[in-house]
Design a protein around this ligand. Structure first.
Ligand code: ATP
Length: 363
């Protein structure tokens, strides 16, 4: 039986890179019916919102989506579509692997990390008070009354909630992920010495849960120390478990360790739904030029195939990416090449097909 998958092309380079991923998935022979749903700036004028309800309904029905990046329109009053999707579908776990690939210019070798980021709380929860607003005046008065805190009258405020229940589920997810994927260690990044009642909750909840998973090593590091560690010896780290904001920042850093945003895949997962998308944004500077590297989205599609239990196809796509990169001839400009998005996609599609033939063949 085939899979029905919501395909959200997105903005900027999104349509090009998702089309590339679709080509590669189809080359594996896995049967997919794509339910194409446009979102983002392209539909905003027509439908009055960048995230029409039909997009959410489609993901709820199909349960799985492949998504291109979507630009957050600044100053329109709309919140980020990416954040809204994660919150509406309760996609509480973001999984972003960073793996050294053959033939990719990088200062580091042997990196094999996974960033697991809590996706719904922290400073990204969207609880904000604009400087000078009536709501902020009332908040200031209340904070002064409650605890004697004095906030400057020209300050804006963003609230950082981190709950025990929200942390517990991401910690359990991370340990289960480690077990399922044969990984040995989890390092929690935090700043619990400064933010005792938000990062503190994250750290102590993680520590308490870790006791139930004796087979996975558990460690913690202040996030600034972790950044230094990533810059000096990233090959010694395994899974990084992070609250929302640190996870966002460090996953881009980890992408940089292994060759840049053009290679970094991602998944947003909840108990019910899964949305696969590259770490990078819509890169409007290169949209429509054929310069976009499709590999981040193709590797996101490989994560999606794994999620759909199409493990043979997922493995073939990953091997195909590695072999095309190792050969060196076909690569986009960000990796020092001259090939177009479509040329890279076709080379990977062909190599995936060959990998599957080899897997099926004798011996
Ligand atoms: P957004 O506003 O959607 O976050 P952005 O341009 O600010 O988009 P990114 O798209 O994440 O941020 O990336 C920054 C830069 O990295 C881009 O301007 C582009 O030059 C480069 N880049 C990102 N993704 C790719 C890619 N897949 N292939 C090649 N270059 C890329």
């Amino acid at each position: 039986m085939g899979h029905r998958i919501t395909l959200i092309p997105g903005d900027g380079i999104g349509p090009e890179v998702t089309e590339a991923a679709r080509l590669v998935v189809e080359a594996t022979g896995v049967e997919v019916t794509w339910d194409v749903q446009h979102a983002g700036t392209a539909v905003m004028e027509r439908e009055g919102t960048p995230l029409p309800d039909r997009v959410l309904r489609s993901v709820e029905t199909n349960r799985t989506a492949l998504k291109g990046p979507i630009t957050t329109p600044v100053g329109t009053g709309f919140r980020s579509v990416n954040v809204a999707l994660r919150q509406e579908l309760d996609l509480f776990a973001s999984v972003r692997p960073a793996l050294s690939l053959p033939g990719v210019p990088s200062k580091y070798t042997g990196v094999d990390l996974v960033v697991i980021r809590e996706n719904t709380e922290d400073l990204y929860a969207g609880i904000e008070f604009e400087a000078g607003s009536g709501a902020l005046q009332r908040l200031r008065a209340e904070l002064r009354r409650l605890a004697g805190f004095d906030i400057r009258d020209d300050a804006g405020v963003t609230v950082k909630p981190i709950s025990i229940s929200g942390t517990r589920r991401i910690v359990r997810f991370a340990f289960d992920f480690a077990r399922r994927n044969g990984r040995r260690a989890i390092t929690v990044g935090h700043k619990a010495n400064i933010m005792r009642f938000s990062d503190g909750v994250f750290l102590f909840t993680a520590g308490a849960e870790a006791q139930f998973y004796e087979d996975v090593w558990f460690d913690e590091m202040q996030v600034d120390e972790l950044a230094l560690h990533l810059a000096s010896e990233p090959e010694t780290l395994d899974i990084l478990l992070l609250p929302n904001l640190y996870g966002d920042i460090l996953s881009d850093l980890c992408a940089g360790l292994v060759g840049g945003l053009g290679l970094a895949p991602g998944a947003n997962l909840g108990w019910e739904y899964a949305v696969f998308e590259p770490v990078h944004g819509s890169a409007p500077d290169i949209a429509g030029t054929g310069l976009a590297n499709p590999i981040a989205t193709i590797l996101s599609a490989a994560m999606m195939l794994d999620h759909l239990a199409e493990t043979g196809a997922a493995r073939a796509v990953r091997r195909a990416v590695a072999s095309v990169l190792a050969t060196g001839g076909t690569r986009t400009r960000d990796l020092g090449g001259t090939s177009s998005t479509v040329e890279v996609a076709k080379a990977i599609a062909e190599a995936s097909h060959e990998e599957l033939d080899r897997a099926d063949g004798p011996g």
